[in-house]
Write a protein that binds this ligand. Structure first.
Ligand code: GDP
Length: 328
C-alpha cells in the first residue's frame, strides 16, 4: 500500500468524513487504477468492520422515510451513537431519483458531526449500486459509525438487495390500511422485522391505531423471515418525534433475540457467502460478454432463437461449449 493510501486509511479510522468521501469515490470510480486502489483500501479496512447495527428502511415515497431517519437518527445520536445513512435508489437518472439523498433532506441530521449521509450511487445497474453501497457500509463501520441505515423505496427488487446487506429491516407504512395493504408487495412485508405505522398524529392517529391492529392480523398469515423473531407492528410520528424510544427498544430486543439464538452471526455469514457468489457470477458473466468470439456468436444465436431456427437450450449449450473451448 502506498503512502497516500495508508494516510487515507488512518484518516478513515479516525472518522474523518472527507477521507470517507474520498474512499467512496475510489470505490465508485470507473478508472481501473482508482478502482483497484479502492479495493486495496477496503481490504485493509476489513479488520475494523462488522461492528455496526445495519438497518434497512423502506416505504413508498411520501411515507416519511427521511423525516423518520432524521428523527430516529438524532434520537440515537443523543444516546451517544454515531449514525450513517446510505441509500439504494433503483430509479434511473433519466426518470429522476425517488430518493434524493442530498443534504436538503434530513437537514438537522446532516449537519450533525456524528452523522454521515451519502446519496445513492447514481451510475450503473441496480446490482452495481448495491455493490457500492455494501462497500460503503464497511467504510462507515471502519470510521466508527455504529448504526448504519440503508434506505430504499418500496418497489420490490431493491428491498431484496438491501435485505441482503442489513441485520434488521424496517418497513414504514401510512395510516390508511386499505390502500397500503394493496400497495405493498407481499414479499416486502415478509422481509420486514419491524413495521412502523408512521404519521400516527393529529387526525390520523385513530386511523393509525386501526391500521396497526389490521396489520397485526395480516402478519399472522405471513411467514416470518427470522426463526428467533416475530415481526412487530408499532406506531410513530416522525414529524412529532414520537415513538422513537419504543422503536429503539424493539430494535435492541431484536438484536438480543438474534444474537442469543445465533441467528445474527448466521445471517451475516450467509450474506457474505451469497455476496461472494454474486461477485463470482458477475465476474464470469462479464468475462463471457467481453469475449469477441462469444459476442459475435451471441448475436447469431439470438437471431436464430428468435426466428425459431434453434431451441433456446441448444443455443445456450453451443455458447457454453464454445466458451469452454476458448478457455482451454
Ligand atoms: P419520504 O419520501 O418517504 O422520504 O417522505 P418524507 O420524509 O419526505 O415525508 C413526506 C411528507 O410527509 C412530508 O411533508 C413530511 O413532513 C410528512 N411527514 C413525515 N412524517 C410525518 C409524520 O409523522 N406525521 C405527519 N403528519 N406528517 C409526516
Amino acid at each position: 500500500m502506498n503512502q497516500k493510501s495508508s494516510t487515507l486509511l488512518e484518516e478513515i479510522l479516525q472518522g474523518n468524513r472527507r477521507a470517507m468521501a474520498k474512499a467512496i469515490t475510489l470505490l465508485e470510480s470507473t478508472n481501473p487504477e482508482s478502482f483497484e486502489q479502492g479495493q486495496e483500501l477496503l481490504d485493509s479496512l476489513l479488520p475494523h468492520t462488522g461492528k455496526a447495527l445495519r438497518i434497512g428502511i423502506t416505504g413508498v415515497p411520501g411515507v416519511g422515510k427521511s423525516t423518520f431517519i432524521e428523527a430516529f437518527g438524532l434520537f440515537l445520536i443523543e444516546l451517544g451513537h454515531r449514525v450513517a445513512v446510505l441509500a439504494v435508489d433503483p430509479s434511473s437518472p433519466i426518470t429522476g431519483g425517488s430518493i434524493m439523498g442530498d443534504k436538503t433532506r434530513m437537514k438537522e441530521l446532516s449537519q450533525h458531526p456524528d452523522s454521515f449521509i451519502r446519496p445513492s450511487p447514481s451510475s450503473g445497474v441496480l446490482g452495481g449500486v448495491a455493490r457500492k453501497t455494501r462497500e460503503t457500509v464497511l467504510i462507515c463501520e471502519a470510521a466508527g459509525y455504529d448504526i448504519v441505515f440503508v434506505e430504499t423505496v418500496g418497489v420490490g427488487q431493491s428491498e431484496t438487495l438491501v435485505d441482503s446487506m442489513v441485520d434488521l429491516f424496517m418497513l414504514l407504512m401510512l395510516p390508511n390500511a386499505g390502500d397500503e395493504l394493496q400497495g405493498i408487495k407481499k414479499g416486502v412485508l415478509e422481509l420486514a422485522d419491524l413495521i412502523l405505522i408512521n404519521k400516527s398524529d393529529g387526525v390520523q392517529e385513530s386511523q393509525a391505531i386501526t391500521t396497526q391492529s389490521e396489520y397485526r392480523k395480516a402478519m399472522q398469515l405471513l411467514s416470518s423471515s427470522k426463526n428467533s423473531w416475530e415481526p412487530q407492528i408499532l406506531r410513530c410520528s416522525a414529524l412529532e418525534k414520537q415513538g422513537m424510544d419504543t422503536i429503539w427498544e424493539a430494535v435492541k430486543n431484536f438484536r438480543e433475540a438474534l444474537q442469543n439464538s445465533g441467528e445474527w452471526e448466521k445471517q451475516r455469514r450467509n450474506q457474505s457467502e451469497k455476496w461472494m457468489w454474486t461477485l463470482v457470477e458477475e465476474g464470469l458473466l462479464n468475462n463471457f460478454h467481453k469475449n469477441k468470439i462469444i459476442q459475435k456468436t451471441i448475436t447469431e444465436m439470438e437471431k436464430s432463437v428468435v426466428s425459431g431456427e434453434i431451441l433456446p437450450a441448444n443455443a445456450a449449450r453451443k455458447l457454453l461449449e464454445m466458451w469452454q473451448s476458448i478457455k482451454k
